[in-house]
Design a binder for this molecule. Structure first.
Ligand SMILES: [Zn+2]
Length: 358
């Protein structure tokens, strides 16, 4: 019996050294002000994997941590189907030259063949015996649709900037085509302009400044010409560029130098004043010019000259190449008797006619 009493006493003594339970009053209670357990009670955050730890490999994920122990930087998954993986945006240099374009100043750019079409009046009814410079709205629409399909229409201004580009920043399509008009007929505004807008084809219109707004048959002109307001509307669209076809549509190659100077300067002045733009392109009426007229044009501030104009009879049309510059641009006059197929054939012939072996 004594033995049992000793054992019981020993148990009681030892139990007094047992760990205290959580309900012990000596355990600090959570802070009454914050309701949060004291720091020493809070669950420590899960430690970041150490460099020596062996993370469970995940398909498509990096197999190890970064050498500095930080979380591995996300990298593009080798599996293209894993689109959910974070992708690092690395800068990809965009190609300087798109396919089908050449860069200014390169050897291949020097000989790109550039056809420039020349239209005049557009009308349904005209005398076929005198239809050299008139085309029906239907055929004009077909022509524009055809060139839009088979070539890349650019503005004459774009071509000039390409030819004059010294730093290689400009490009030119390898199959360009340029649309121009001479004289400034009202039909250019009423018929051609909507079609050009619809097809997004830029064009240059060389106007005779003295006959702007003239009514056909009542003054100097057979067919009505558009007004300055209509010219401004087209110019401001950004699609149409208005330039000079002299002031009074005279043959500069057959007149005195004072008249040449007047024609060049008056038309430039009026276009700049009425339209608020620089006028620096001239198309010679009837394709008539002399060396003296060309020099006078340069002095007047014309940096672009179209030398072949209205006379479409028996001319072997050619095209332009950048190597030839922009002071002697040749154009393809489109006759009113041509249909859709013919304009493409006309351009092909003009391209074939161009000799670049020099
Ligand atoms: Zn003309």
């Amino acid at each position: 019996m004594k033995k049992y009493i000793l054992i019981l006493a020993a148990v009681l003594i030892l139990s007094s050294f047992a760990p205290r339970s959580e309900n012990n009053n000596n355990v600090p209670s959570p802070s009454p002000s914050t309701g949060q357990a004291p720091a020493w009670l809070q669950v420590p955050p899960t430690p970041a994997p150490s460099p020596t730890s062996a993370p469970t490999p995940t398909p498509g994920a990096p197999a190890s941590a970064a050498p500095d122990g930080s979380a591995p930087a996300p990298t593009q998954s080798a599996d293209p189907n894993q689109s959910s993986a974070p992708v690092t945006a690395s800068p990809v240099p965009s190609p300087t030259i798109q396919p089908g374009y050449v860069k200014a100043g390169t050897p291949e750019a020097e000989t790109v063949k550039v056809p420039i079409l020349l239209y005049h009046h557009i009308a349904d009814e005209f005398d076929l015996t005198n239809a050299i410079s008139i085309i029906s709205p239907r055929d004009f629409n077909l022509h524009m649709t055809a060139i839009k399909t088979q070539y890349k229409p650019i503005s004459l201004r774009e071509y000039v900037e390409f030819v004059n580009c010294k730093d290689g920043s400009k490009t030119l399509p390898t199959n360009p085509i340029i649309v121009t008009f001479d004289d400034g007929y009202l039909s250019n505004y009423e018929v051609a302009y909507p079609i050009l807008k619809k097809l997004e084809i830029p064009a240059t219109i060389f106007i005779v400044t003295d006959t702007v707004g003239e009514i056909g048959g009542k003054g100097k002109v057979n067919y009505s010409h558009f007004t300055w307001e209509q010219a401004k509307e087209m110019q401001d669209s950004g699609l149409i560029d208005i330039e000079s076809h002299t002031n009074d549509h005279i043959k500069l190659g057959e007149t005195d130098i004072d008249t040449v100077n007047y024609e060049l300067r008056k038309s430039k002045y009026l276009i700049e004043k009425k339209l608020g733009k620089t006028c620096d392109m001239i198309a010679y009426p009837y394709g008539s010019y002399t060396d003296e007229a060309i020099q006078a044009s340069k002095k007047a501030g014309y940096n672009v000259q179209c030398l072949v104009g209205d006379d479409a009879t028996n001319i072997d049309y050619e095209v332009n190449i950048p190597r030839d510059g922009v002071m002697n641009l040749t154009r393809i006059t489109v006759s009113g008797t041509m249909g859709n197929v013919n304009v493409i054939e006309l351009v092909r012939k003009a391209i074939a006619n161009k000799n670049i072996d020099y």
